[in-house]
Design a protein around this ligand. Structure first.
Ligand SMILES: NC(=O)c1ccc[n+]([C@@H]2O[C@H](COP(=O)([O-])OP(=O)(O)OC[C@H]3O[C@@H](n4cnc5c(N)ncnc54)[C@H](OP(=O)(O)O)[C@@H]3O)[C@@H](O)[C@H]2O)c1
Length: 309
């Protein structure tokens, strides 16, 4: 039997800790939010649709009672909109919050090319750039707790897809029309892996040095993900998904383990594909020179001052 979100967090008392999760109104992020709140954490539900989050909390109030649902708080944040991400961070700063656990989890795939009103390619903005900005601002503003744990959700695209790459040219306003739009989502996962490595290198000799950061590929999991992609992909996902894919509490388990266990803390900077199971990140995801270029390019694209290095 696979570990589940409840089994990997059994016995944990997270009262007094504050968690921020992107993509927490659906699928794996929602399951992480649910279980962390059940374990006593205050959970900030970063969401692009606040009404959807409110509906989810109404369900949780009925299922688990007001004490659990009252620990959860929707915070508007569209990760594809840099203004929205900045607004989230400003709100956290104003409220004097410190984040103990950060899940960079929201993601889309197989979207047609679309340019956001801020000029960025949508998939890259939603999956990578918004999370980069969030991490950068939280770190710079001192909102990440000194011993914070960060988990970023990758996919097979980062470590198994031979065609994914660090497409730096896309980290720009009005990026070139890429013939490989279909790779925007896989490529964004490569950029997230490089972001993790470069963050840890920059944090190493600063006040952020105690922060632990891991990547997780949850593996094929039955979520709203099956409603994305081509018609054929959606049809296959809905038909065979319930038989072949992990249940959502199984998909969420490695993220929760990575964010809470001592074993994962001792292996900061690594990728896990299951509870306690490390997968090697390929060279394209860990190259320090490329990581530095990706980081600096992202700072420049977003008009950020450099994070200490
Ligand atoms: N399921 C799998 O088989 C699988 C495998 C490997 C990796 N992953 C990764 O796991 C993560 C979670 O995916 P999932 O499977 O749980 O899919 P999901 O059910 O579709 O959840 C994706 C979440 O991301 C949110 N989101 C998407 N775009 C956003 C934006 N612009 N701003 C804010 N939030 C946004 C969605 O918000 P709404 O609720 O408003 O739609 C949703 O809550 C993703 O990063 C995905 O790449 C999934």
């Amino acid at each position: 039997m696979r570990p589940t979100s409840l089994s990997v967090t059994e016995g944990l008392d997270l009262s007094g800790t504050t968690v921020l999760i992107t993509g927490a109104t659906s699928g794996i992020g929602r399951e992480c939010a649910r279980v962390l709140a059940l374990r006593g954490a205050r959970v900030l539900i970063a969401c692009r649709n606040v009404e959807k989050a409110e509906r989810m909390l109404t369900e949780w109030r009925a299922a688990y009672g007001p004490a659990m649902s009252d620990r959860c708080e929707p915070r508007a944040c569209d990760t594809a909109s840099m203004i929205s991400v900045q607004g989230l961070v400003d709100g956290l700063r104003k409220d004097g919050l410190a984040i103990d656990r950060l899940f960079l989890n929201a993601g889309v795939f197989a979207m047609p090319r679309q340019i956001t009103s801020e000029g960025f390619e949508y998939t890259l903005a939603a999956n990578y750039l918004g999370h980069f900005l969030m991490l950068h601002c939280l770190a710079t503003a001192g909102i990440l707790a000194g011993a914070a744990r960060i988990v970023v959700t990758l996919s097979e695209s980062a470590h198994k897809n031979p065609f994914s790459r660090a497409d730096v040219a896309m980290i720009a306003k009005n990026p070139p029309v890429s013939s490989a739009q279909m790779f925007s989502s896989p490529n964004s996962k490569v950029l997230l892996a490089l972001m993790m490595g470069e963050f840890l290198r920059r944090a190493a000799h600063s006040k952020l040095s105690a922060i632990k950061f891991n990547a997780v590929d949850p593996g094929p999991t039955l979520t709203d993900n099956v409603n994305q992609g081509s018609r054929v992909q959606q049809m296959l996902g809905r038909t065979f998904g319930p038989m072949l894919l992990k249940k959502v509490d199984e998909g969420a388990a490695p993220l929760l383990w990575a964010a809470t266990s001592e074993a994962a803390a001792a292996m900061s900077g690594r990728l896990f594909t299951a509870v306690g199971k490390e997968a090697r990140l390929p060279a394209k995801c860990v190259d320090a020179d490329v990581g530095a270029i990706v980081w600096t390019t992202s700072e420049l694209a977003l008009g950020l001052l450099p994070l200490a290095n």
